[in-house]
Design a protein around this ligand. Structure first.
Ligand code: ZN
Length: 154
């Protein structure tokens, strides 16, 4: 892998402060959950009224044309082998539990499969002698290699 891949890091983004979409006043964001658009329930209500105009309702002053977000970017530490093993175990665990969102959100499955195939191909390239010796030691439980991934039919 080249220098680009060496520098590739997971970047986490979080809105820490935002200007209200209704009044333009800056306000801090909660640490968790989706960032709020409005500073107060009153502003959220006014914005709703403005989006649903009625003859007898006062739309109030116009909303600001430009509002700003302050976004915190965090470089996540690069995962090491034990982290990957743990994460992939967690993935298998979630896919095995039909109560998880991962099972229901089937539209992600194709991209997950492609990512797993790419990882398997990269592992085959990285490991001295490829994955075949490991596969043989694993008593042929799996068929692994470029273009061939998955549980072998018994
Ligand atoms: Zn506001």
């Amino acid at each position: 892998m080249g220098e680009g891949a060496e520098q590739a890091r997971v970047i986490r983004e979080r809105v820490v402060r935002r200007e209200c979409r209704r009044c333009g006043e800056g306000f801090a964001q909660r640490a968790k959950g989706r960032p709020a658009m409005y500073c107060t329930p009153a502003c959220r209500q006014q914005a709703w009224v403005q989006r649903h105009p009625r003859v007898d309702s006062d739309p109030g002053p116009p909303a600001p044309a430009v509002v700003h977000d302050i976004v915190e970017r965090t470089l996540a530490p690069r995962p090491a082998a034990p982290d990957w093993i743990s994460l992939l175990g967690l993935l298998a665990e979630q896919l095995g539990d039909d109560r998880t969102a991962l099972v229901r959100e089937h539209w992600h499955h194709r991209r997950l499969f492609t990512a797993l195939q790419n990882a398997t191909t990269a592992l085959d390239t990285a490991h001295p002698g490829g994955l075949e010796p490991i596969v043989r030691r694993e008593s042929g439980r799996y068929v692994v290699g470029p273009g061939r991934t998955g549980v072998q039919q018994q």
